[in-house]
Design a protein around this ligand. Structure first.
Ligand SMILES: [Zn+2]
Length: 199
């Protein structure tokens, strides 16, 4: 939505890794299993991928979704940007309650073949649960996912939460209530980006 609205390229570690996997690179194959099972890919790999992406696509602004998630990632990003003589304008923190996360996970459909995920409330997939990328079967995620969720929440508290303070100190942190629908959240994010690009 951000790319369409503002013409700013957006990426996430997940998107970069899926592309690596589709291209069949050794790295893509190595990390595909971790992605499927909801596991984590090491900081080192994520940082290298982001750095490559930035060099190729980051010349005229960029947005990262789900990066950085750890302090080492945040610190590496700062040194990359220093090298590229680029400033970080905004850090947007989507605050989402555990309850919302749980609801979204249990309402999610995932392709058993390629790992593509979508919401079961998405009308497009409600009638014909077939993956748009590989024709694999879309299945409701199961209790394993809630176990993975527990691990993720733990990781979030220990590794990601400290980033709030990190970006607060830089005075670029904005917290947004992410428990609302997509459009309301997008409107808030748009306002923040507009404020920055207008200056
Ligand atoms: Zn698929």
């Amino acid at each position: 939505m951000i790319t369409r609205h503002f013409g700013i390229p957006v990426t996430s570690p997940g998107a970069i890794l899926r592309r690596e996997r589709d291209l069949g690179t050794p790295l893509g194959q190595e990390t595909a299993e971790a992605l499927r099972s909801g596991g984590l890919v090491s900081d080192k790999i994520i940082i290298e991928l982001i750095e490559d992406w930035l060099r190729l696509h980051g010349g005229h602004g960029f947005v990262f979704d789900g990066f950085p998630r750890t302090l080492p990632q945040a610190e590496s990003l700062m040194s990359m940007l220093t090298k590229l003589r680029t400033a970080l304008d905004l850090a947007i923190w989507l605050e989402v309650s555990e309850e919302t996360v749980r609801d979204r996970i249990t309402g999610r459909l995932q392709c058993g073949e390629c790992g593509f995920t979508t919401s079961s409330s998405s009308a497009q997939f409600a009638n014909r649960p077939v993956c748009p990328y590989c024709d694999g079967r879309l299945e409701r995620r199961n209790d394993d996912d809630l176990a993975v969720l527990q691990t993720r929440l733990q990781e979030f508290h220990t590794k990601t939460e400290p980033l709030g303070t990190f970006y607060e100190k830089m005075s670029i942190l904005h917290r947004i209530d992410g428990n609302r629908d997509r459009d309301a959240v997008f409107a808030d994010i748009s306002r923040l980006i507009e404020d920055k690009t207008a200056k």
